[in-house]
Design a protein around this ligand. Structure first.
Ligand code: C2E
Ligand code: CA
Ligand code: CA
Ligand code: CA
Length: 281
């Protein structure tokens, strides 16, 4: 049924695309956008490779710019990081994600919601407090919330970060190491930090079926995650060959355009209905 579902499946093209010209935004503009409530989370499904079940979603922030249209995170998240106010962005994203998790729980959907955080969020020592406050305010069990951390950024100050991560972990938030393989000290991070999930970077997933070097890195990452008892997610699953490789190698969770693109929360709900209908037919 899963193969049939995928064969029929066409990921809906969510509205909005990269603007033709890449504008450079100032810290003032980005800060004003956060305060004006112009940031919105889109959500991309994460699917169990064996059963096809949608196990969660990743929140990916977009800026609904009043005149420039939809702006993608690579154009403003680094601006907020360099401007020293990315924690404000993270708060907006986290709050919206927790509220959305509550909405889905109320609708009977057990979707784990992942958010992306920056290194600065972990070194300013407020993320754990903030996440605990948000989830208890909404009555969302922390194990429904996943925190994705890009490992290349982890290198800088592991000790203060460790404290935050352990606090989050003790409260049963799920911790995910993002873009695995792209950083420089991945193995040391895995040794020292308490992650539940390893996300193989998409540069090692797409085309791994056709490229032996990619496949070697892909499989080594997969085995490493597995031996450490982590869920292994392959991101950037773009076509059928990518998917078949994951299934063959025993990857737990898949994410990518082949399954579903990031989309607004209401679009995700109808996407889920279609996905499930195809799965059961
Ligand atoms: P990421 O966390 O690695 O997120 C995955 C990115 O890959 C997303 O880009 C997603 O749209 C894209 N993607 C998903 N499936 C596929 C696929 O099959 N093929 C290809 N080529 N790409 C795919 P997006 O949404 O533009 O986000 C880019 C990056 O911005 C994210 O990378 C993350 O590092 C950062 N980001 C996004 N939202 C937030 C946020 O709320 N806070 C922070 N601090 N960073 C964020
Ligand atoms: Ca991520
Ligand atoms: Ca990633
Ligand atoms: Ca990335």
């Amino acid at each position: 049924a899963l193969r049939a579902a995928l064969a029929q499946h066409l990921a809906p093209r969510a509205p909005g695309r990269h603007p033709a010209t890449r504008k450079v935004y100032t810290a003032e503009e980005v800060h004003a956008a956060i305060e004006a409530g112009q940031l919105v989370n889109w959500y991309q499904p994460k699917v169990d490779v064996k059963t096809g079940e949608v196990v969660g979603v990743e929140a990916l922030v977009r800026w609904q710019h009043p005149t420039d249209g939809l702006v993608f995170p690579d154009q403003f998240v680094p601006v907020a990081e360099n401007g020293g106010f990315v924690h404000e962005l993270t708060r907006v994203v986290a709050r919206a994600a927790v509220i959305q998790a509550r909405v889905w729980l109320d609708a009977g959907l057990k979707l784990r919601v992942a958010i992306n955080v920056s290194m600065d969020d972990l070194s300013t020592l407020t993320l754990a407090d903030h996440m605990i406050a948000e989830t208890s305010a909404e009555g969302v069990p922390p194990q429904h919330i996943q925190i994705e951390i890009t490992e290349s950024r982890l290198m800088r100050s592991v000790t203060s970060v460790l404290d935050q991560l352990i606090r989050l972990r003790l409260k049963r938030f799920r911790l995910s190491i993002d873009d695995f393989g792209q950083g420089h000290s991945s193995l040391a991070q895995l040794r020292d930090l308490p992650f539940d999930e390893l996300k193989i970077d998409r540069s090692f997933t797409h085309n791994a079926a056709h490229d032996g070097r990619l496949r070697a890195i892909f499989e080594a990452s997969l085995n490493l995650g597995r031996m450490l008892g982590m869920d292994v997610v392959a991101e950037g699953v773009e076509d059928r060959d990518d998917w078949d490789l994951l299934a063959e190698k025993g990857v737990t969770i898949a994410q990518g355009y082949f399954i579903g693109r990031p989309m607004p929360a209401d679009a995700l709900q109808s996407w889920l209905r279609e996905w499930e209908a195809r799965l059961w037919q």
